[in-house]
Design a protein around this ligand. Sequence first.
Ligand code: NDP
Ligand code: 8X3
Length: 251
Amino acid sequence: MIKTAFITGATSGIGKATAILFAKNSVNLVICGRRESKLKELKEELQQYAQIHTLQFDVRNKEEVQKAIESLPEEFKSIDLLVNNAGNAHGLSPIQDGSVDDWDAMIDGNVKGLLYVTKAIMPGMIKNKKGFILNIGSIAAKEVYPNGNVYCASKYAVDALNKGMRIDLNKHNIRVCAIHPGFVETEFSEVRFKGDTERADNVYKGYKALQSEDIADIIYFVTTRPYHVNIEDLIVYPTAQASATIINKNV
Ligand code: NDP
Ligand code: 8X3
């Protein structure tokens, strides 16, 4: 049974929807992100349902991550579920035109950040001889698409780490799973296109994209199966999507 969940990237999109759903199901939460005001707002909204603790840190900064997780009050220290969700794409360019800063942001956030957080949470799960690590990958973890290069590489790394965690943590009775969504309508494209809202909105025009709540539902289902059941890998598309690049905008 999940009493306490630790969710990275809870200030918007998939992470926020997951926090809302879990809190409404009486799961105590540690909610994380860089935007402190958003964390505070969410805490205020959710504390009627469960105990909520906020941690403000940048997953790319290993000292910040370590310090934040060490600072957890006793009642939030025993984590049953880690949702490694924080991440973003930065840019969508042919590799030859890519920005090194964007590459750093994606590798440091999506890959190294996920590792730093997991490293700090795993010892408690190992001690408890149980736990659940749920990694948010992407269809970009399964398929490389034009101009996706480094974002896809970062998510392929998440896919490999997910498999590696499952193998190495098997003897500690820890469940590990990855969920790989196609297009989900969140702040993701606005971040990818650096605030160009028109370009971002266009990604979700002409069809019904997945909503954050759809992914939160799946996360809730996957993580609340009986303990002997581990759904290890799951791809989810909007109905209008058939691959990373095939999208039917004429329904
Ligand atoms: P959003 O941009 O809405 O949310 C991203 C979240 O990650 C925010 O809460 C943000 O918080 C947090 N975050 C980003 N970078 C950092 C950082 N360096 N340190 C701490 N927190 C960070 O996008 P989504 O909800 O869509 O994205 C969530 C996950 O889902 C990502 O891993 C993304 O790659 C993946 N995904 C998204 C898909 C989509 O189509 N939307 C499809 C497939 C996968 P803050 O800015 O406050 O730090
Ligand atoms: C987000 C979905 O297709 O833009 O990971 O990479 S996609």
